[in-house]
Design a protein around this ligand. Structure first.
Ligand SMILES: Cc1ncc(COP(=O)(O)O)c(C=O)c1O
Length: 392
């Protein structure tokens, strides 16, 4: 089955007991055993029946199986948020004395986990611009014995930098290092990192997978079944960042339209990016689908579409950027992304507030960078709103 069919039906394509078109929401904390032999079979994993929703639940399992199928993995673990997925995966691979390499630009809270939380447990980090693979090789030489994980996003938040997943994975695996990638911006519709060699894909399912701005959720996917079991029972269930059955159901609903939404998001984004690139008040546009963008060639090869996140700079710096954002009429001022509504933010003041001010430039960010999540409104209306705000 192809992407959209899988997103709608899943691999199992089974009817539920009542022949309802949509799956029921198993809104239950616990499950009942038939007798003590049944207990023994389930507790020893001889049966995959259910015990307790913090370990597993049929609605969650449906969502996990669907995500595993879409990301070309063998298993997935659902989490209460993207951050629960990311922090659990990092903790699952790292122990005191280890080192993790993080890409120079990643989501603000992921950056905080790596740079503030992990060091408390004597796990160090090195921040590297992984869009140049030679930088990874160089950093590896300096910490080869202790380096255990390389973590990145591609396209990255907020400057859309592109990391060559295949190259980084090859180098990492030659050195016994695990590759973890956050695929939130691309979604499995445009990019399947496990096929390019990544070990684990994580998502903020809050974003395009939900697609409607009404869920906080996360998921991790891998081809390694044994790892997925370990992540589920030793980390998700023990840290306790479990997704609710209702949210799993909303995500299953969102997945059905992921393909059509991503196509339209991308179409709108390309038109908006081209408009911005030709606007005299705009000094720089970061969008992987523009041939002028640094990561365009790599993106073209490893993605089947460029997504719908754009960052840009306007003439006049921070004051002008504030004026643009304050002048918006249709586009909403908000963090998050991947919703039907177009959203704009100032990353340095919002999603990436945790980055040291003095280091923003070093990370390829600036206080005046604007980020837009291009929504599903009629693109003419999105562009008219950008036009009137830029004119101000
Ligand atoms: C790329 C990326 N990864 C992870 C997260 C965190 O996800 P959540 O808010 O679902 O915990 C975000 C949130 O904005 C994000 O943009």
């Amino acid at each position: 089955m192809r992407f959209n069919t899988l997103a709608i039906h899943g691999k199992d394509h089974k009817r539920n007991a009542e022949n309802a078109l949509n799956p029921p929401i198993y809104q239950t904390s616990t499950f009942v055993f038939n007798d003590i032999d049944h207990v023994e079979a389930v507790m020893s994993f001889k049966s995959d029946d259910y015990v307790y929703t913090r370990g597993n639940n049929p609605t969650l399992r449906l969502f996990e199986n669907r995500m595993a199928a879409l990301e070309h993995g063998n298993g997935a673990v659902a989490f209460a948020s993207g951050m629960a997925a990311i922090s659990s995966v990092l903790f699952s691979f790292l122990k005191p004395g280890d080192n993790v390499i993080i890409h120079r630009t990643i989501y603000g809270s992921s950056y905080s986990v790596a740079t503030k939380l992990l060091p408390r447990y004597n796990i160090s980090y090195t921040s590297v611009d992984l869009s140049i693979p030679e930088n990874f090789e160089r950093a590896l030489k300096e910490s080869a014995d202790t380096l255990k994980v390389v973590y990145f996003e591609s396209p990255s938040n907020p400057n859309l930098s592109i990391v060559d997943i295949r190259k980084i994975s090859e180098i990492a695996h030659e050195n016994g290092i695990k590759v973890v990638i956050d695929n939130t911006f691309a979604t499995p519709f445009f990019q399947q990192p496990l096929d390019a060699g990544a070990d684990v894909v994580v998502h903020s399912a809050t974003k395009y997978i939900s697609g409607h701005g009404d869920v906080i959720a996360g998921v991790a996917v891998s081809k390694d079944d044994a790892y997925i079991q370990r992540l589920k029972f030793d980390y998700m269930a023990e840290f306790g960042g479990v997704l609710s059955p209702f949210n799993a159901w909303l995500l299953l609903r969102g997945l059905k339209t992921l393909g059509v939404r991503m196509r339209q998001h991308e179409k709108n984004a390309l038109a908006a990016a081209e408009y911005l690139e030709n606007h005299p008040a705009v000094t720089r546009v970061m969008y992987p689908g523009l041939p002028s963008f640094n990561g365009y060639e790599t993106a073209r090869h490893q993605m089947s579409g460029f997504g719908a996140m754009i960052s840009f700079e306007v003439q006049g710096g921070l004051e002008a950027a504030k004026k643009v954002i304050n002048s918006l009429k249709l586009i909403q001022i908000a963090v998050s992304l991947g919703d039907c509504e177009s959203l704009m933010e100032l990353p340095a003041a919002m999603t990436h507030r945790g980055y040291d001010r003095e280091k923003l430039a070093e990370f390829g960010l600036s206080e005046s960078m604007l980020r837009i999540s291009v929504g599903l409104e009629d693109v003419e209306d999105i562009i008219e709103d950008l036009k009137q705000a830029l004119e101000k």
